[in-house]
Write a protein that binds this ligand. Structure first.
Ligand code: SF4
Length: 245
């Protein structure tokens, strides 16, 4: 049902009071191709989402300025049951949020092929979360988002990944910008954990009673996470600070 509304969205026009109102400095040329017609100003962003809870505060922050299409592409989630659970949670959140706010946010699912993730992880299986495997995982997901954006004629893409305090914003930003320039797209380069974005995501997830997983996604990190359960609070704190730098 959500998917069906995309067709309408990409051919519809939305008139507002002129360009340049947006806090993200959207310019007229980013409103094309399907947004551009007389007076159209709300551009579309293809928002890669890792899960429903992380998408909550990001969607809330962007919905005023953008038409949002959520792109659920996460082959890093090894367990198919877990994948389905996160996908269902994502769709439920979009449905409810649309109803509550009279919005028309859409959902698109990418290919679910864990083997693609395993391929880019080769040689990095023993890295912890925040280690050298993660930038490869970010790149896989952002590259797919950019390609999907090109396929759909959308010029702007973004990701919810930066809302997590466990993920390094600077690395995600550099990867996103690099992919954007290779494909003549714009990466919406926002550290969504700022402005209390992470805290807000927890609050909205509670409000909508969303399933919140307790691990990132891949079994490699989960295995290490389980074996580190005895880690001292000081070590854990140090790891988080490293990731935020
Ligand atoms: S820990 Fe998370 S970001 Fe890092 S490789 Fe695994 S799924 Fe990807």
């Amino acid at each position: 049902m959500i998917e069906k509304s995309i067709k309408n969205k990409v051919t519809s026009t939305q008139k507002m009071e002129g360009l340049g109102y947006c806090e993200h400095k959207v310019t007229d040329d980013l409103c094309s191709p399907f947004d551009r017609n007389k007076g159209i100003v709300k551009p579309t962003v293809l928002l890669h989402s890792c899960c429903g809870p992380c998408s909550t505060s990001v969607i809330e922050r962007l919905a005023h300025d953008y038409e949002i299409i959520v792109y659920f592409y996460n082959p890093n989630i090894d367990d198919p049951k877990e994948y389905e659970k996160r996908k269902k949670t994502q769709k439920e959140f979009i449905d409810k949020y649309n109803k509550d706010n009279k919005l028309d946010i859409s959902f698109v699912e990418g290919d679910y092929k864990p083997e693609d993730f395993h391929k880019i992880s080769e040689g990095f299986e023993d890295e912890p979360e925040g280690g050298m495997r993660c930038p490869r995982c970010f790149e896989l997901r952002l590259r797919s988002t950019a390609h999907k954006a090109l396929e759909m004629g959308i010029k702007i893409f973004a990701t919810t990944l930066t809302v997590s305090p466990h993920k390094n914003y600077r690395i995600i930003s550099a990867i996103g910008q690099n992919i954007a320039s290779e494909n003549n797209l714009q990466f919406l380069d926002i550290d969504f954990k700022k402005k209390a974005g992470f805290q807000k995501s927890i609050e909205i997830s509670k409000e909508y009673n969303l399933y919140r997983q307790n691990y990132c996604g891949c079994n490699y990190a989960r295995r290490i996470q389980n074996s580190k359960k005895q880690e001292s609070p000081e070590e854990e704190k140090g790891r988080k600070i490293d990731n935020e730098q």
